[in-house]
Design a protein around this ligand. Structure first.
Ligand code: F6P
Length: 319
């Protein structure tokens, strides 16, 4: 393979820069040219493609976001748009492409693969929602951000004898809420996997109040419940004065954690190795301690397994 390209797509995630850097350096190691595609699939279609050198990716290891920019681009579902994108790559003799993103980005990678471009997907999203991997780049940094924020909320909740209801991101995956809930010792978590059981939530917080605890924390994944409404209900049912906080996009930014940096680097190096061997159509992931790669179609059709034992740690697994 003469040249390969890299792009970031969908919601950005801390660690994407580490993956970009590793792609470029690894491509050079394998004797290939490296290109960067700016602003995801939209940039690819609009021919926003530039060569990347070692200098272009220096001093980005500790930077959040993505130097390449990112975008969500629904038009990429159209076949003529996909063909046009593939031609933009062929014109530059780019035969391989690494797409760093979530499941929407993988669908685009699969489409391009079907247009004859060797594509590899790297899991880059704070949601940890890609079933073919135990881990996605950016998850642990976002988790640390959520935990740090909730710790601060606990300080003020403790002072005022209050309950904090905290909404974290995650889209359709409860991992951010689950792990954060364990890390901060929350009274209750509400995730897509547990569903929202109002009475159980209220009872758990009330129990905490009756046991004389000075603060309580409920962590909820976005899109399941209106946390402001829930805060009012908790306040009138439990005795705790209650406040709601939506953490929002703050979870997407910041310096990537050491773990996210290392994993992003290793996954990217693995991806380049596949392309250098002429292999495409794969999605890279982590299974246990091993780097693995599976067909992109498989990554898109697998079901994410839920660790019931981990839910049990928060005290209740709703069957
Ligand atoms: O997929 C990452 C994510 O941050 C989700 O957790 C969230 O639902 C979504 O992106 C927000 O998207 P946007 O940045 O387009 O508002």
């Amino acid at each position: 393979m003469k040249n390969i390209a890299v792009m970031t797509s969908g919601g950005d995630a801390p660690g994407m820069n580490n993956a970009i850097r590793a792609v470029v350096r690894s491509a050079i190691y394998h004797g290939m040219g490296a290109y960067g595609i700016y602003y995801g699939y939209e940039g690819l279609v609009n021919d926003h493609i530039e060569p990347l050198t070692r200098q272009n990716v220096s001093r980005i290891l500790n930077r959040g976001g993505t130097i390449l920019g990112s975008a969500r681009y629904p038009d990429f579902k159209q076949l003529d748009v996909q063909r046009h994108a593939a031609n933009n790559l062929r014109r530059r003799e780019i035969d391989g492409l690494i797409v760093i993103g979530g499941d929407g980005s993988y669908r685009g990678a699969l489409a391009l693969h079907e247009q004859g471009i060797q594509c590899i997907g790297l899991p880059g999203t704070i949601d940890n929602d890609i079933p073919s991997t135990d881990y996605t780049i950016g998850f642990y940094t976002a988790l640390n951000t959520a935990v740090e924020s909730i710790d601060k909320l606990r300080d003020t909740s403790f002072s005022h004898r209050r309950c904090s209801v905290v909404e974290v991101m995650g889209r359709h995956c409860g991992d951010l809420a689950l792990y954060a809930g364990i890390a901060v010792g929350s009274e209750f978590i509400i995730t897509p996997e547990t569903g929202f059981k109002k009475q159980e939530t209220l009872d758990a917080v009330r129990k905490s109040y009756l046991s004389n605890k000075r603060h309580a924390i409920v962590v909820a994944t976005e899109r399941i419940v209106n946390v402001h409404e829930l805060a009012k209900e908790i306040e009138s049912y439990t005795g705790y004065e209650t406040r709601a906080t939506v953490l929002g996009h703050v979870q997407r930014g910041g310096t990537p954690s050491a773990f996210d940096r290392v994993m992003a680097t290793e996954m990217a190096e693995h991806a380049v190795g596949l392309l250098a061997a002429g292999i495409g159509g794969r999605a890279v992931g982590l299974r246990g301690k091993d780097l693995v790669d599976v067909p992109i179609e498989t990554a898109l059709t697998m079901e994410k397994t839920v660790t019931k034992k981990r839910y049990g740690l928060v005290g209740r697994l709703v069957e």
